[in-house]
Design a protein around this ligand. Structure first.
Ligand code: NAD
Length: 403
């Protein structure tokens, strides 16, 4: 069988530990036998980030801007323990943070559903995608402790030096205050990323804030979303048969619990932080959660939502057998290949991505799975396999699907 040809290279960002091992296995077993894989390779493994003073991370993000689609392996964000382990020159910043800042993107996380792994909320039969605004609010706050007797004020000085002042509180006892900000440009980028992603997926967008209480701060989020929707997306949404729905955050939570899923839930930064972990847990496993960073100008970076699975890596180094779940990493590849196929008009590549996803889900639904899912699955005839045997089992089914 002739290999599938690509036109434009994918930006390939390699990573660390167990996911780096899986990365190579996926390429060897499931990709290069079928595709004449064209990638521009960037090694974001911690060793190479350290060697290049983290320049490689910046270069990979700029390459993503140039080509439009990237696929990223999980990477270590160094902490104190990693300094001696990797003999680091500096405690390098999170690559994901660096890439996100350069691409100005929004992260969308979607669970992969399979028979046998029942969500804790059984009515969630379709995936809920969480879109988290990744700028500002409490994450860029300024806070103070205020002793009894102090007066706290909010002051904004405009470019001509004119002050606007509001009293926050006159403290009769000790207390605390916090200043938060956000930017209209960032909120607008977030809104556009959500609306574009919804058109791509043909799914509704839900957005919620606490605008009844926060009449300026949260209300501005509501207004910017509504204005952009009305001016730029309403007609496209109507043509696609999808909806934009705004409600209060407490009402949204109640509706989400009662829903069947199948929509994109746009969340302010803190809400997204909290809700993405709730949604991931409720659907069963972090290893079954995909993640894509989408920039407002339509650049896509695909990855797994989980980390480098450090514990399995140390077992692997000792020569012990591992049973690490490669599904989210596999879906990062299929997402990126499908998007490349779409942009370059390569139906064969898109079909390959569909077949590989189908083969992966069929393998698990046939009862062949890694240890993490084996513990969760309610299937009767289930079998735990090691990391590589899982990929081989996927390959058997992939071969059949590709004919
Ligand atoms: P982790 O996601 O690697 O692991 C968390 C827990 O989930 C562990 O118990 C692990 O065994 C389990 N798990 C996760 N993915 C799994 C899989 N595919 N198969 C089986 N089990 C799986 O997170 P961590 O342990 O907190 O962090 C390890 C490293 O990963 C850290 O250095 C951290 O900086 C990095 N990290 C990177 C990213 C990223 O690149 N996107 C995200 C999170 C953490």
């Amino acid at each position: 069988m002739a290999k599938i040809q690509m036109k434009t290279p994918l930006v390939e960002m390699d990573g660390d530990e167990m996911t780096r091992i899986i990365w190579q296995d996926i390429k060897d077993i499931l990709l290069t036998p079928y595709i004449d894989l064209k990638t521009e390779y960037y090694d974001l493994g911690l060793v190479h980030r350290n060697e290049t003073d983290d320049q490689v991370t910046v270069d990979s993000a700029n390459a993503t801007k140039k080509y439009g689609v990237a696929v990223k392996c999980a990477t270590i964000t160094p902490n104190a323990a990693r300094m001696p382990e990797y003999n680091l020159k500096e405690m390098w910043k999170s690559p994901n943070g660096t890439i996100r800042a350069i691409l100005d993107g929004t992260v969308f996380r979607t669970p992969i559903l399979v028979k046998g792994i029942t969500p804790y909320i059984p009515t969630w039969t379709k995936p809920i995608t969480i879109a988290r605004h990744a700028y500002g609010d409490v994450y860029k706050n300024v806070e103070m402790k205020c002793p009894a007797g102090s007066k706290a004020e909010l002051v904004c000085t405009d470019k001509d030096g004119k002050e606007t002042r509001e009293t926050i509180y006159n403290f009769e006892c000790d207390g605390i205050i916090q200043g938060q900000h956000n930017k209209s440009t960032s909120i607008a980028s977030f809104a556009r990323a959500c609306f574009n992603f919804a058109l791509d997926k043909k799914q509704d967008v839900w957005f919620a804030t606490k605008d009844t209480i926060s009449k300026k701060y949260d209300h501005t989020f509501k207004d910017i979303f509504q204005e952009i929707y009305d001016n730029e997306y309403k007609a496209k949404f109507e043509a696609a048969g999808i909806e934009y729905f705004y409600t209060l955050i407490d009402d949204a939570v109640a509706r989400v619990i009662r829903s069947n899923g199948g929509y994109i839930w746009a969340c302010k930064n803190y809400d997204g932080d909290v809700m993405s972990d709730m949604v991931a847990t409720a659907y069963g496993s972090l290893a079954m959660m995909t993640s894509v960073l989408v920039s407002p100008d339509g650049i896509y970076e695909y990855e797994a939502a989980h980390g480098t699975v450090q514990r399995h890596y140390y077992k692997h180094l000792k020569g012990e057998e591992t049973s690490t779940n490669s599904v989210a990493t596999l879906f990062a590849w299929t997402g990126a290949l499908r998007k490349r196929g779409e942009l370059d008009n390569l139906p064969e590549l898109m079909n390959f991505a569909d077949c590989l996803e189908k083969a992966t889900i069929e393998t698990i639904e046939d009862g062949v799975m890694t240890g993490d899912l084996y513990l969760l699955s309610t299937l009767e005839n289930k079998k735990k396999v090691n990391t590589v045997d899982f990929l081989k089992a996927v390959d058997e089914r992939l071969k059949k699907l590709l004919g």
